[in-house]
Design a protein around this ligand. Sequence first.
Ligand code: CO
Length: 676
Amino acid sequence: MSDHDQVKMTQMNYDVKRPKAENPVKVMDLSLRDGHQSLFATRGRTEDMIPVAELMDQVGFWAVETWGGATFDTMHRFLNEDPWERIRTLKRYFKKTPFSMLLRAQNLVGYRNYADDVANAFMDRACENGMDIFRTFDALNDYRNFQTVVPKIKEYGKHFQGCICYTMTEPRLGGEVYNLDYYVNKAKDLEGMGADSVCVKDMAGLIAPYDAYAIVKALKAAVKVPIHLHSHFTSGMSPMSHLKAIEAGVDIIDTCMTPYAYRTSHAAIEPLIMALLGTNRDTGFDIKLMAQINEIFEKEVMPKYKHLLDDSKVSIIDINVLLHQTPGGMLSNLVNQLRDMDALDKIGEVYKELPRVRKDLGQIPLVTPTSQIVGIQTVNNVLFDTPEERYKMITGQVKDLCYGLYGKTAVPINEEVQKKALKGYDRGEEPITCRPAEVLEPEMEKAKAEIGDLAADMDDLVLYAIYPVTGKKFLQWKYGKEEVPAAVKPITMQQVKKQDELLKKAKAGELVEKKKDAPAKGESLRTFNVFVDNEHFEVGVDEVGGSPILKYAQQIQLSGGLPAAAPAMPAAPAAAPAAPAAAPAAAPAAAEKKADAAPAPAADTSGTPLAAPMPGMIVKYDKKEGDTVSAGETVVILEAMKMENALAAPASGTVKAIKYASGDSVAKGDVLCVIG
Ligand code: CO
């Protein structure tokens, strides 16, 4: 037989003689949720899911994950999209494939435990809007946090998938806390609660192939319901782990379409289809249909998002996960936060401090929100602790965790840290041991009174109850009470083309300096990361009239050591300084705000300033101008990296010169008020 015949043969077998597998591996596609959440900060827009939706519906996926996780937050905050509307819109295109969402149990789609009335209202709306499968997890694997949402899932006849967050304290499965028994017992607990399937949720890509085999084998023997493996690619192990899990009899695997796969996302589906072809676990999927879907993603969708991809590294494997077990998303958050604070050179210290903080806080799994809680506290310790005092700046969330508000930790919290965190804590200094939501006051009535008529229906009200500050802002955009800022509007393929041409010119050095005063930054200014060799530039592009002009290009500090350089590329206003579109600023960038605030009428600003120790958003001021405070008393709550930081008065006196309000963004060093 010649090589040519061999090829023809294979082709024929594939097209015609592909027997149906005895036990096909079921597959859930994650492209439309975890895929873009992992690769481009959850910025995927509904309009960019529609072009592939009908084709994806034909594949035969067990389910598509379309909602939950960070999508709810990102959509209303950064995309000006109603999260509820996405379910209803996509349902019109996916006619047969069930929808799955990632539900953070009592945290819903937020970052703290909400009161039972909020959880009930959220679940009603999620079920009624069309969600089918509820992949439910608790960051501490404390299933008491499932007790409110699970009966709702059952009440609506939906699928309850219970998760076990996969984590380790050793290089491999085992040790005193997270050993095989731990996972088996958790799976039994979930089955006992009525789980329709059990998912091992490996959010950091830590599960090694032979550990995946051992766990799946053990779980298949211990429980009757289907076993589902969710593993991120981050460390590079997940395709091997998938295969070993399949050999061990796993029922369902999670993958992404190729353009949304790998890096911190998931293994792609296409290699798995080919790997299993003709075996008794053949997926039965049509590889040509996959190619068709991928082409649409590549040509019509990805160009709009490629500027969000982290292309600062060539390697698609994050070696830090293997070295430090730091989940991908958490690592990029830490790096961003350190960069914002000009402290990127401290990353080594952060790696050293991280396991200590995790141990102090009860050896908890690192997954949203605990990865944030441990991560930010670690950064705070590295930046603010002194040799005499550890845990100098404790975030509000660490205090909540120490109080028991997230649930029971795997091992007890370090008593000393707990005591320090709870000193003066407003709920009390004695930690609770009951189900966290039992100490939470109902929240819906209060939310309703606060937001009033701006919430037109229950969907709006639940959005506001979960995200009061950004939710209110979104509702103001939604109902035309406030101008929608350009930064949250979608970009078109035409804009992408223009930007590409411009960036090509910039890279070729064809943008020359013109000695003209730069016009003011317009409302439609967009910033892009440009990487030329090893240098990173932040380029601001502003569209005036027809063609975009380069507004500024600033060299950014990439890795430790070097301070951020002065602008390395000439600012090159190519057009006359035309007036930018006269839209009122809804949310001016922190830097502009600062500039605006500087020439304010001379108020009495003598005294001790309280400066923002980090960039963030003002949640609220606990004090108003004219109030007297004593040193150490909380004046303002600043949200940074989604953690709330109570900022204390640096001196005793009277509060003056408050320049910001709830919802404002501030830069590091901005004076939030003056105590005089
Ligand atoms: Co995930």
